[in-house]
Design a binder for this molecule. Sequence first.
Ligand SMILES: NC(=O)c1ccc[n+]([C@@H]2O[C@H](COP(=O)([O-])OP(=O)(O)OC[C@H]3O[C@@H](n4cnc5c(N)ncnc54)[C@H](OP(=O)(O)O)[C@@H]3O)[C@@H](O)[C@H]2O)c1
Length: 338
Amino acid sequence: MNINDNSGITNYVAKADRYEQMKYRRCGKSGLLLPMISLGLWHNFGHTDDFNNGRQLLRTAFDFGITHFDLANNYGPPYGAAEDNFGRIFQKDFVPYRDELIISTKAGWDMWPGPYGNYGSRKYLIASLDQSLKRMGLDYVDIFYHHRPDPETPLEETMGALHHIVQQGKALYVGISQYNAEDTARAQEILQDLGTPLLIHQPRYNMFDRWVENGLLDVLRQKGVGAIAFSPLEQGILTNKYLKGLPEDSRAVKDARYLNADHITPEVLDKVAKLNAIASSREQSLAQMALAWVLRDETITTVLVGVSKKQQLLDNIEALKNTKFSSDELKQIGQILG
Ligand SMILES: NC(=O)c1ccc[n+]([C@@H]2O[C@H](COP(=O)([O-])OP(=O)(O)OC[C@H]3O[C@@H](n4cnc5c(N)ncnc54)[C@H](OP(=O)(O)O)[C@@H]3O)[C@@H](O)[C@H]2O)c1
């Protein structure tokens, strides 16, 4: 039943067939299945963004079986805003579906002033997760991440804090992000000794950024750790949207904090145009091919996309209709990427 709740958007009842189209992969050697496409709230959920658009994106995602929403303490702007807005949407729409959702958050980047609001101390991680839970109105998150390596805090302390958080019941699983292969192996061993498995690693991985292929994926495979690839579309560059200039409503124009016109050079666009031609021959959009390409290796559990529009999400979900590549296609793509 749809009832108007005076917010200009009707009350939410999830689609009954929401699990029919999405595919799920096991996260490493854990018991947890994740949707092959997950939704990130880094952009489009701040206080400067349209709240109802964000609400529509989360509803659409869940209606198509995207059970995993990824946040961090500092997503906004301002910091904390994405968790705040997610919490409001959660209360309005998702309370009945809590047990069908995998909600993650993170701490590791600068969050509040002074020596305790950054990096990887036990003090920071535990306080930050408590703040995140309050903002989102949750009792626990499903996955809590250390967001980036800390060159100074002993890894034992950071991993000990993650273990403690699981023991407290404030997170069901833990993960790390942006760690190199060597530190990932050590983190996994420390956590294993403590009795808390390392569930997942969140690295940046896309056609233009293949660093994980030099060791990290091997470690994850050997250790049975899952992987969620962030920015699989290189923040939108690996779509056809910039081929004819800079659209006014694109991230590179609207929000130049992390992506701007300087990143979209003629060399980049030349590669994008060539990749776009291969995608067409596969009867896919470039976005779909870029996601399928990241998912071609089953070590990658899921791709973590951001979207500003519902239609982008629907386009991305269709990627799962064709995730196989012929050796010829892989060779051609490899030649373009160089
Ligand atoms: N662990 C970390 O350190 C870290 C760092 C960064 C991100 N993340 C996570 O990864 C998530 C995704 O990152 P991201 O937003 O950079 O991912 P992305 O999927 O590479 O880029 C998202 C952008 O691509 C465009 N887009 C998406 N689908 C499209 C389609 N089908 N057609 C055309 N354009 C499309 C949209 O741009 P427009 O806005 O231009 O429409 C969208 O905002 C974040 O939300 C966050 O959860 C984690």
